[in-house]
Design a protein around this ligand. Structure first.
Ligand SMILES: [Zn+2]
Ligand SMILES: [Zn+2]
Length: 247
């Protein structure tokens, strides 16, 4: 029997989620979870998706501690879903803040404010990926992979969120870096997994996975069924999934 013990990827009203930390926490307890991760978007996303500023994460940490003290039986990890903001692997959550957070998730979102104009041009190219020539597509894929691998080495990332969503990436190469840095790859239950092949390719390199709900509403917290199905279909063992136990 597989038992899900944690959902590390949930959003709250601090970015564009609809629930408070307390509401997500109650939902997590209802789902029988032991650990809830708060992973609000970093400040580089566009508009209402983003957190207002880096100070917001201090508020999230304080509130998470308070909610955890009020409820029993739930550990709350205060964290972020950071954005890749440059092709050199920089994140919009600086290393100093990464150290203070309980968890750092990081994802490649195309709709962000890039670090430099040059990075912006490359991010924008992702929008037109389908129209690129085979050669340009290959180059974009190389650039994306290199950027994510740099990010994995430059930062202390616990989980890479939805790898390959809206971008083209070399899964095996990213997985090899993640294995060296003890970074898990997410199987995202909200966006779905494009291919079981992605999981198989990463597993072959020895990668570990985290199944995340990417919940933006409390009633989605801990709802990991599509991710669990994909993990099973790919032949994963619970040992390979950091938030699942075999009981
Ligand atoms: Zn979001
Ligand atoms: Zn995301």
């Amino acid at each position: 029997m597989w038992r899900v013990i944690a959902d590390y990827h949930t959003h709250t009203v601090y970015s564009h989620g609809e629930g408070t930390i307390m509401e997500n926490a109650r939902a997590a307890l209802d789902q029988g979870l032991e650990v809830l991760g708060i992973a609000d978007h970093g400040p580089a996303n566009w508009g209402h998706i983003a957190t207002t500023d880096l100070q917001t994460f201090d508020k999230i940490m304080a509130e998470a501690r308070q909610v955890q003290a009020e409820l029993s039986g739930l550990t709350i990890l205060a964290g972020a879903e950071a954005n890749l903001i440059s092709y050199d692997g920089d994140l919009d959550i600086p290393p100093e803040l990464q150290k203070r957070l309980d968890q750092v998730l990081a994802g490649f979102h195309v709709t962000i404010r890039p670090k430099t104009l040059g990075d912006g041009v490359k991010f924008a190219a992702q929008w037109t990926l389908g129209k690129l020539s085979a050669r340009e597509h290959r180059k974009a894929r190389n650039d994306n992979t290199k950027a994510m691998v740099e990010a994995v080495y430059k930062n202390k990332i616990d989980i890479i969120t939805h790898p390959g969503l809206n971008i083209s990436i070399d899964t095996s190469e990213l997985a090899r870096a993640c294995v060296k840095r003890d970074t898990a790859l997410e199987i995202n239950a909200k966006h779905g997994v494009k291919s079981i092949e992605f999981i198989r390719a990463a597993a072959k390199e020895g990668a570990r996975f985290a199944i995340g709900s990417d919940a933006h509403q409390p009633d989605k917290v801990g709802r990991l069924e599509p991710g669990l199905r994909a993990a099973r279909a790919a032949g994963l063992h619970p040992d390979q999934i950091i938030n699942v136990r075999d009981e």
